[in-house]
Design a protein around this ligand. Structure first.
Ligand SMILES: [Fe+2]
Length: 246
């Protein structure tokens, strides 16, 4: 959103990037799209990261475009062919940026046609073949575990510890007993906090970002959730050996 923003907004943004460590998180890369990679976008991202000294870039293991762009992030078919296709595109992005990127496990509501393997095997195969990082979204694991009937903790523990770069945690919307939607518009619920605790216990502690896009409460309430993240990190930092690199 901030690429090519100049003027007073650009200056204010620059003041922040000079004071704090920043990460870039994108929505438009469309890594699984049948259309060609938007290499101009990737070069713009690289220049933006250089200008602002931004250390890392993450995206979603999804797609959102072909001829045009959608607002939704759609699931890639969990197939062997898609693993090779997506991994090669991630490698190309990393070549252009000259650094590792992280891919986020995304929520989805129906598997894409052509499913040949489980979601966990698809994610692990892509990460391995692309040799990239994982942005671990604990709420997305919970949302998918309800919508697609699997055990979130067993899924979590199959992820590769050495590839986790950081995490997302968020709230969601209950549409029905068997359908929840990843909205980032509500407080984080207890079962999702429990997955974060299990992740820290199992993998060691890693940086974690609270996502909140709307229904935004007073800042003090949001900071209460940030404090919960810090408390969880404190609890598990003292009882686990750090096993996460990067
Ligand atoms: Fe996320």
């Amino acid at each position: 959103n901030w690429i090519h923003v100049g003027g007073s907004f650009g200056k204010k943004f620059r003041q922040f990037t000079e004071q704090y460590d920043f990460l870039c998180h994108g929505l438009s890369l469309s890594i699984g799209s049948p259309a060609a990679l938007d290499e101009n976008l990737i070069r713009d991202i690289g220049a933006f990261m250089k200008t602002h000294g931004i250390k890392h870039y993450s995206e979603h293991l999804t797609y959102c475009s072909d001829d045009g762009h959608l607002y939704d992030l759609l699931p890639i078919p969990f197939s062997e062919k898609a693993v090779h296709y997506v991994a090669e595109r991630i490698r190309r992005v990393q070549d252009i940026l000259q650094q590792e990127i992280s891919m986020e496990n995304a929520s989805y509501y129906t598997p894409a046609p052509g499913k040949e393997m489980e979601e966990i095997d698809f994610i692990n195969a892509v990460l391995d073949e692309a040799d990239c990082g994982l942005l671990l979204d604990v709420n997305n694991i919970y949302v998918n575990s309800v919508n697609h009937c699997y055990d979130p903790i067993s899924f979590l523990k199959q992820l590769p510890a050495e590839r986790i770069r950081y995490a997302h945690i968020a709230g969601h919307y209950n549409e029905a007993d068997d359908l929840i939607v990843d909205t980032h518009g509500a407080d984080v619920i207890d079962p999702v906090w429990q997955i974060l605790h299990q992740a820290y216990e199992h993998f060691g502690v890693f940086p974690t970002l609270l996502e909140r896009d709307f229904n935004i409460p007073p800042v003090a309430e949001l900071l209460g959730e940030v404090e919960q993240i810090k408390q969880a990190q404190k609890k598990w930092a003292s009882t686990t050996e750090a096993k996460v690199y990067g």
